[in-house]
Design a protein around this ligand. Structure first.
Ligand code: GLC
Ligand code: MG
Length: 248
């Protein structure tokens, strides 16, 4: 056995089956202690919403925490050290005020709560029925003003506007480089649209059986030896994937 980098989304991926989560926690904690494997959570939640979840569920303290769909990264376990180097990368090509002003013209977009907004993330609710057309028009309006940013739609309801340099996948690449961990020694796990960016590299990737339609669609078009669709849901699927790729 050798050390690996374990990266997982939280809602409906790591969290969702309490019994399986306990079993997975035991395996991961033992691996971290014995082989110095690293545990990273990559969530769409803000730090505020992450803390609420961490109080409600038994989550192992992570070695790094990626929040707000990759726009924030924290390293110490008190989650107080927001990474400035990452923030400087995100700032390129981003102008929050101007982008929000363009998006405000789209009446189908409903702003999410303040806790879910940050300097590098603007988040809305968007109904599935109008999503396709709204996304195309918004993309075009942004492009016309010179903004090449990311529009990430998840679970048929959430729309995140992110800098071109920011998403969960790019945050994981940044971490891997900082820690000098090879993609083959990395596994990323997820269930919805905001996880797709983590699956596009050469890291091993695990889709839980309860993955959302947008992720299953992506999988159908992008099957490789690096990605694995589990038969079990949530943490049970993660255990299955860790065994499949020989990490445990
Ligand atoms: C989480 C965040 C929300 C985001 C969604 C999808 O639910 O709280 O702001 O839109 O993930 O990325
Ligand atoms: Mg999720």
């Amino acid at each position: 056995m050798s050390p690996f980098l374990f990266v997982t989304d939280l809602d409906n991926t790591l969290v969702g089956d309490d019994a399986a989560l306990l079993e997975l926690n035991q395996k991961l904690a033992a691996h971290r202690q014995q082989y110095h494997s690293k545990i990273v959570y990559a969530t769409g939640r803000s730090l505020y919403l992450y803390r609420l979840l961490a109080e409600a569920k038994s989550l192992l303290p992570p070695d790094a925490l990626i929040t707000a769909v990759g726009t924030e990264m924290y390293f110490d376990q008190q989650e107080s050290q927001y990474d400035r180097e990452w923030a400087n990368i995100l700032a390129q090509g981003w102008n929050r005020q101007e982008i929000a002003a363009i998006a405000s013209q789209f009446t189908d977009l409903q702003l999410q709560p303040n806790s879910e907004q940050n300097p590098f993330k603007i988040s809305y609710y968007l109904a599935e029925a109008v999503a396709e057309s709204t996304l195309a028009e918004l993309q075009a309006a942004l492009k016309q003003k010179g903004f090449e940013i990311k529009l990430i739609y998840s679970a048929g309801q959430d729309l995140d506007l992110l800098p071109k340099n920011g998403d969960k996948g790019l945050a994981v690449q940044f971490l891997r480089r900082r820690w000098k961990i090879a993609p083959e020694q990395t596994i990323v796990c997820g269930d919805s649209g905001n996880d797709i960016s983590m699956f596009e590299g050469q890291e091993k990737s695990l889709l839980v059986a309860n993955a959302k339609p947008e992720l299953l669609e992506w999988y159908a078009a992008n099957q490789t030896e690096y990605n694995y669709l589990a038969k079990a849901d949530c943490a049970g699927g993660i255990i299955e994937g860790l065994k499949h790729f020989g990490f445990i």
